[in-house]
Ligand binder design. Structure first.
Ligand code: PLP
Length: 504
């Protein structure tokens, strides 16, 4: 970026001082426009005009809004288009957010989701007019079963966390049905925060299992903690350090022997899809994040999908409706007395299911496997190039993501500084300070989408930042300098958002 793109200095920030051209000063809508300006023009009225009071009761009539902006269509279009260009997205640059799998969202997915037969299909349409959509859902279930080795899949949950909740509800229902309700769920200390939350929502006490030196589940500790009162273990494989739980068969065996079930958080299947099946490892419940592994857009707060796969013994408890195929007809089965019930309006986030289906079908079985291999290769390339510059707290073999920290740079320069400095190099910061077992973690997940050129630019940026951290730590502290806003107070923005414009 050149000097021109630098954010205006304080005295240039007034919206009326277009010191760097209009595009660099974007006032809020309330500061724009001119009295009487409109985004529409109507033909002259040729029917008698009526006072609004004769048409609506008084409490339905809005009073005047003070200083309501009056704008043309072009004012509004430019305003929002400019704001959209201040955003970062996977379509603009590399977005290596670990555990989030920010892979490219192929445009073919969008084309498929916009096919009128899908996009305009009414959710209340009767089954006989919904065969195409039901077929797509059934086939997506079959694809996910094939990829995971699970025996049944429900597409309903709207996010990973809701998939976890659905899975834990089924585990709860299973133990209750056996007449042996239990109280505890075991979780490794590297777990994603949603895992203990989902266990707690189902009434379980979340009990932590410490990781061993390698960053894997400590088998001795598991043996000590696992008992008849434990409903399940919730693990992640590969775990949030990107490491494969090599003792997975022993772990599932220990848990099963004491009557527990094994939940696997499959939000990120990017390292294993097409290569290894969780169903073969003794996993009883697995959720998928279609908005991570299967390329549907996320990060902007839009809809996701967190289907949940299960072993046959949990089948009676599946959420309704269950999509079934009878002969050549597809059918929604609501008549399931032991079901945990309905999780989501209609049949889940259908548009997201179409995109994920398009992704899987356009890759095919070989492509799914290649995507996983490239994701692992890309992560290991970054790891190998940066391991002498940034500290690797768990240096063992890892798969689709790698976790560094700031040990070589601290205390002068911290993980947060390094992440912020990357913004000036045009990259989205990686995930920071997660997983919690790594002090000041910096977690990089490149996915299969990125070319070697992009990875090399990222590696160079990381090396440049490490060098600057040595030579001029204050400069790294002050980064980023290029965006409109340097370091907003993130906690303040989340807890006390200013949603209403006030003058002055
Ligand atoms: C993202 C993620 C989740 C939660 O998924 P959401 O769709 O955000 O609810 C759970 N576990 C892991 C490991 C994740 O990376």
């Amino acid at each position: 970026m050149n000097e021109q793109n630098r954010r205006p200095s304080k005295d240039q920030e007034s919206p009326n001082v277009a010191a760097r051209g209009l595009i660099f000063n974007e006032p809020v809508l309330f500061e724009m426009g001119s009295p009487g300006r409109k985004a529409y023009s109507l033909p002259e009225c040729d029917v008698p005009e009526l006072e609004i009071e004769t048409l609506l009761p008084p409490d339905e009539i809005r009073g005047p809004i003070e200083e309501f902006p009056e704008l043309s269509e072009l004012d509004v279009v430019r305003h929002f288009t400019r704001l959209s260009q201040w955003n970062f997205s996977i379509d603009t640059n590399f977005y290596p957010l670990g555990s989030c799998t920010m892979k490219y969202n192929p445009k073919i997915n969008e084309n498929m989701a916009r096919l009128p037969g899908f996009a305009q299909h009414h959710p209340y349409a009767p089954e006989m007019f919904s065969q195409g959509s039901l077929q797509l859902m059934h086939e997506l279930q079959e694809c996910l079963k094939e990829i995971s080795g699970m025996e049944h899949v429900s597409l309903q949950p709207a996010a990973g966390a809701q998939g976890e909740f659905a899975g834990m509800l089924m585990i709860h229902a299973y133990h209750a049905d056996k007449g042996k309700p239990k109280n505890k769920v075991l979780l490794p200390d590297s777990a994603h925060g949603t895992n203990p939350a989902s266990a707690a929502l189902c009434g379980y006490n979340a009990v932590q299992i410490p990781s061993d030196k390698e960053g894997l589940i400590d088998i001795d500790k598991l043996n000590q903690l696992m008992d008849e009162d434990t409903a399940a273990i919730m693990l992640t494989n590969p775990n949030t350090l990107g490491m494969f739980e090599k003792n997975i068969l022993e772990i599932t065996d220990i848990v099963h022997k004491k009557g527990g079930l094994v939940y696997c958080d499959g939000a990120n299947l990017n390292a294993v899809m097409g290569i290894a099946k969780m169903g073969d490892m003794g996993i009883d419940v697995l959720h998928f994040n279609l908005h991570k592994t299967f390329s549907t857009p996320h990060g902007g707060g839009g809809p996701g999908a967190g289907p949940v796969g299960i072993d046959a013994k949990l089948e009676p408890f599946l959420p309704v409706p269950v999509i079934e195929k009878k002969g050549s007809q597809y059918h929604m089965n609501f008549d399931r007395p032991q079901s945990i019930g309905k999780l989501k309006a209609f049949y889940g986030n259908f548009g997201i299911l179409v995109r994920a289906y398009a992704f899987i079908r356009s890759l095919g079985p070989e492509g799914v496997k290649q995507a996983a291999e490239s994701a692992v290769l890309n992560s290991n390339y970054i790891k190998s190039q940066l391991k002498d510059v940034y500290h690797l707290p768990y240096p063992g073999p890892s798969l689709h993501e790698c976790v560094f920290n700031d040990k070589h740079q601290a205390p002068k320069v911290t993980t947060m500084d390094i992440a912020k400095a990357l913004i000036d190099h045009g990259f989205h910061p990686p995930t920071v300070y997660f997983p919690l077992i790594v002090k000041a973690a910096l977690m990089v997940e490149p996915t299969e989408s990125e070319s070697k050129e992009t990875l090399d630019l990222f590696i160079q940026a990381m090396k440049d930042i490490a060098k600057q951290a040595k030579d001029d730590p204050d400069a790294v502290h002050d980064a980023p300098q290029l965006p409109k806003v340097s370091r907003p107070d993130e906690a303040h923005a989340a807890r006390q958002p200013t949603l209403r414009w006030r003058k002055g």
